[in-house]
Ligand binder design. Structure first.
Ligand SMILES: [Zn+2]
Ligand SMILES: [Zn+2]
Length: 459
């Protein structure tokens, strides 16, 4: 039943939005975009360069254009030809008014593929996306990609749905996830405004304002009877979002059963409540990340690369490690399930980390580098999907990152890895790890002291 070749997001978007294109501007979307723009207006001024992602029929694009004026630049990107055709009609009708607007038919997850944007990494003052962020399987990977095109200090504005928004399609998504079937929406990671804040933070965007937009569709909150499950399932089975349930009679029957179960789970006193609310997050790209310069790396500038076991997190380094050590502290021992972790030290500025979308669409949490503080003075980072320990940074020296040497891809090496120069925290070494005598000579720094004594106990 699992979807063996998940459809790319862009293909799903085209299927979903092509029939909607002619009627999109007659829906609730114009009124929502008007509210969207009013919330971001403090960030808009003449001359700014704005990237409007999944711009669709240009509802937001032209309002942005009016705000930045003819000296600004507004780039709209959308993958659905039908939607963009409507946007282009508006442009053709008012060409003189909008010299600052450019429209590209392209996958928003592949901005690098738009040659007109080649010089724009780190170049936009703002990135907007209205009613689109719940279409991406991996929100962190998507936003992480977009943020590369943003100036430090530039703003991002994106909205996501309330967990109880669109009760029917939310139940369809839950059902699809349980069956391992196709799902068009990826809304389940949103548990509340904090979820969006977290995703933005992980992408180097500090949230400045989280607007709760009520009555988004104009229908207000609604209630459905819990007994309506079968009726709703049958009424909706031909919809695009239910594509995965039509595979066979068995799949359909199983989907109906699971749908009903998920529907009933949400019921309170016999009613399923639908909340017509979205959360609009507005944030600023933090200054210290400099993905613009790093993102333009050519292959020959990469000294080595590596990643976690599941492939969700990969990294490259532009320089060879300056040193390497083996750490025998209890934390390294337990995290690795081994005797020690060998660490290679590189300048933090040389490290580029990439988060990839998960292989399976069943992942309900964004794949990320999770941070772990086991000692006061050190921060560890690992893949939250497979648990591979990847990096460690001493808080007193954030300029240097230790990379777990086991995660380095030997085949990628364009440099020589240094020999292990020291063995640290031998006081905590497991007895079954037997070191040659001369190794102990390298450990004078922490002789006799535990990691906790040196690095402090975590809270
Ligand atoms: Zn992993
Ligand atoms: Zn250690």
């Amino acid at each position: 039943m699992a979807d063996p070749t998940p459809e790319p997001q862009s293909a799903s978007a085209i299927r979903l939005y092509t029939p909607r294109a002619p009627v999109y501007d007659s829906s609730h979307h114009p009124s929502f975009t008007a509210r969207f723009i009013s919330h971001i207006s403090p960030h808009l001024s003449p001359g700014l360069k704005i990237l409007d992602l999944a711009c669709g029929t240009g509802l937001l694009t032209y309002q942005l254009a009016a705000a930045v004026g003819p000296s600004g630049r507004v780039v709209g990107v959308d993958v659905t030809p039908g939607m963009l055709a409507v946007a282009r009609e508006k442009l053709a009708a008012d060409k003189e008014k909008y010299p600052q607007v450019e429209l590209f038919e392209h996958d928003v997850l592949d901005l690098d593929g738009i040659k007109e944007l080649a010089g724009m990494k780190g170049g936009f003052d703002g990135i907007t996306g209205a009613s689109m962020f719940v279409l991406f399987q991996d929100p962190v990977a998507a936003l992480g990609h977009w943020v590369r095109y943003l100036k430090p200090g530039g703003f991002v504005a994106l909205d996501v749905t309330h967990p109880q928004n669109l009760a029917y399609s939310g139940t369809v998504e839950k059902t699809a996830r349980r069956l391992g079937a196709f799902t068009l929406y990826h809304r389940m990671w949103v548990k509340g405004p904090k979820s969006l804040e977290e995703v933005m933070r992980k992408c180097g965007v500090e949230v400045q304002e989280m607007v709760v937009v009520e009555n988004q569709c104009g229908q207000g909150d609604k209630k459905y009877k819990v007994e309506e499950a079968d009726k709703l399932f049958e009424e909706g089975i031909d919809k695009e979002i239910c594509k995965g349930f039509r595979e066979s009679e068995e799949v359909r029957a199983e989907a109906k059963r699971v749908f009903k179960e998920e529907w009933e789970k949400q019921a309170v006193d016999g009613w399923v409540e639908e909340v017509d609310t979205v959360f609009l997050g507005i944030g600023k790209k933090v200054e210290e990340t400099k993905p613009d310069s790093k993102a333009l790396l050519t292959h020959s500038e990469i000294a080595f690369s590596g990643g976690c076991r599941c492939g969700s997190i990969t990294y490259t380094s532009t320089t060879a490690p300056t040193a390497a050590c083996c750490c025998y502290c209890a934390a390294c021992r337990q995290l690795s399930g081994s005797g020690f972790i060998p660490w290679a030290q590189i300048p933090t500025s040389a490290l580029i980390i990439t988060t990839h979308p998960p292989e399976s669409s069943s992942s309900q949490v964004p794949i990320t580098l999770q941070t772990l503080n086991l000692h006061k003075a050190a921060e560890r980072r690992f893949c939250n999907a497979c648990g591979t320990p990847l990096f460690m940074v001493y808080k007193a020296d954030p300029e240097e990152t230790s990379v777990s040497m086991g995660s380095i891809d030997e085949a990628s090496l364009r440099c020589k890895l240094p020999e292990i120069g020291s063995h640290i925290f031998l006081k905590e070494k497991a007895n079954w790890v037997v070191l040659p005598n001369d190794w102990a000579l390298h450990c004078e720094e922490f002789t006799g002291r535990s990691a906790e004594e040196v690095l402090g106990k975590s809270d």
